[in-house]
Design a protein around this ligand. Structure first.
Ligand code: APR
Length: 320
């Protein structure tokens, strides 16, 4: 059987890391696409040359021609600009919205059956625009944010508790920005909810609050350290987890930016919610119950995303 074809739109820091991970995990053949000639070809060849040592045979191609993504099973989109210190994800909106238009048209023309995972920020607004520009079914277009934000939360919690990251589960919902909603009630160590662990004396409420805040600022913490761009290892790994769930029909329950129509009382917008990813794409949105405080935080985050959608509509009338 032919290997799956995975198109990576954007061959920058995240795009290159994605290509390397696809190769190492033998998920399929890779086409790296970018507008900057030489970068995708160079990265593809460099990764291909690690094949003999790593023992993979996946084909790695670099291109500036959308025709080369023809028939891709998965497209992961990182095209656009990342933020620099002092910038919020929202500051990227004007530039990256134009990029989403060209990427959406390219995918629609050459890979209309693909499962599309958007990583470009500001995430929730960009994935919404990408779905509209591409015209692909909403269940086949989603955004990567919740897996990453939850991974950051899980990492910090594992350090606090001195337990394996594997045993920490966490849900971070809402928009991928300052208003994101780490849900302590739905986050556990091997099934023990965080509020119980506070009562058991494993940590204090103050320390937990600080970890929640560090999670919200997780992207900015990396930008502040790198100074020249934003995070790429963990974002790439998170998107690969989603792609693998689709390609292997794993039915993983993962928080993703998904198109809500009715769920969580939302109508026709993308925001981070629990989803099931399998061969059908976003197969289900898990409409969990939020208590009063969680609902206030979620609504606040939804309103921030709506503000970004309105800004997009102001820039590109076709989105209105
Ligand atoms: N089409 C294709 N590629 C494009 C386009 C376009 N219209 N415009 C820019 N690019 C390419 C750039 O040439 C660059 O190689 O997108 C790539 C982006 O790579 P980086 O600048 O290294 O950014 P990266 O760190 O990979 O982040 C990409 O993901 O997490 C988000 O906020 C981040 O929006 C940013 C995106």
């Amino acid at each position: 059987m032919a290997r799956p074809k995975i198109a990576l739109i954007g061959a920058g820091q995240i795009g290159g890391t994605l290509a390397h991970l696809v190769a190492l995990k033998e998920l399929g053949d890779v086409v790296l696409f970018d507008i900057t000639d030489g970068i995708p070809q160079g990265k593809a060849l460099d990764i291909a040359e690690s094949g003999p040592s790593e023992g993979f045979d996946a084909a790695m191609t670099g291109t500036t021609d959308y025709a080369d993504i023809a028939g891709a099973d998965v497209c992961i989109v990182t095209a656009g600009v990342p933020r620099k210190p002092g910038m919020s994800r929202d500051d990227l909106l004007g530039i990256n919205l134009k990029v989403m238009k060209s990427v959406g048209e390219g995918i629609a023309a050459h890979a209309p059956d693909a499962f599309v995972i958007c990583i470009t920020n500001p995430l929730d607004a960009m994935v919404w625009a990408l779905q509209k520009f591409s015209g692909l079914p909403a269940n086949k277009v989603c955004g990567m944010a919740g897996v990453l934000d939850s991974a950051r939360f899980r990492h910090f919690l594992s350090l606090e508790f001195g337990v394996s990251m594997k045993d920490v589960t966490a849900f971070v919902l809402g928009g991928h920005g300052d208003t994101m909603v780490p849900l302590t009630r739905y986050s556990t160590v091997a099934g023990i909810p965080l509020p119980d662990l506070v009562q058991m004396g494993w940590t204090t409420q103050d320390k937990l609050d600080a970890i929640v805040q560090r999670t919200r600022d997780g992207g900015a913490e990396i930008v502040g350290l790198l100074k020249t761009g934003s995070a790429y290892y963990a974002p790439a790994t998170s998107a690969i987890e989603m792609a693998e769930a689709y390609l292997k029909d794993q039915k993983r329950l993962l928080p993703c930016a998904a198109h809500c129509s009715g769920e969580f009382g939302l109508d026709g917008m993308y925001v981070g919610v629990p989803t099931v990813i399998g061969a059908g794409g976003i197969e289900r949105i898990v409409d969990i119950k939020l208590d009063k405080d969680e609902k206030v935080m979620f609504d606040n985050s939804v309103n921030a995303v709506k503000g970004l959608m309105d800004a997009c509509k102001g820039i590109d009338g076709s989105l209105a």
